[in-house]
Design a protein around this ligand. Sequence first.
Ligand SMILES: [Mg+2]
Ligand SMILES: [Zn+2]
Length: 204
Amino acid sequence: MLFDFTKIMCLAVKTCKLCEMYNVIIDRDGVVNRDSDHFIKSVDEWVALPGSLEAIARLSQAQVAVHVATNQSGIARGLFTLAELDAMHRKFRQQLAGYGGEVASIHYCPHGPDDDCDCRKPRPGMYQQIAAAFGFSLEGVPVVGDSLRDLQAAVEVGARPILVRTGKGERTLAAGGLPENTQVYCDLSEFVDNWLAAGRGQPP
Ligand SMILES: [Mg+2]
Ligand SMILES: [Zn+2]
């Protein structure tokens, strides 16, 4: 009979280095699924970008917890309902499961630009909610987005800004003004491969 000593050690010492969970926070529209200037309003409009679900699955298989943080002001604008948003996320999770992946959480801001909430990016409230709920520090945690506000929120809490060129990414890159330590990748898949190959960056 074989013993999994890793598990035994982790049960004994909750903080052992071997079982430290790594976390990644990703934006949704333009990173995981195709974006639209007219909002993603329905399950049918939610279409995964090529390779994005496979990339998340590779993170899952590497014991990385993937959290989604997404501005969804279409709710406040009355463009779609929370039920429709839930249905989009069911589709997302189901398709992802088909690749053997999962997301640890999906956080969304349902407010509009004039609501002055703390969760709408570029404010970092959603990232802070995730970190509090899952008990990890945001310091150095990769935050992958296609818009400047995803990265601004990351920098504000000491997380690592990663820009992908999918979705609005090319436009974001062309507009300039990115945080100076921003890393740029073609898409989520290229970031994941590089990050995993580099040993998931620095320990949290
Ligand atoms: Mg986006
Ligand atoms: Zn909000």
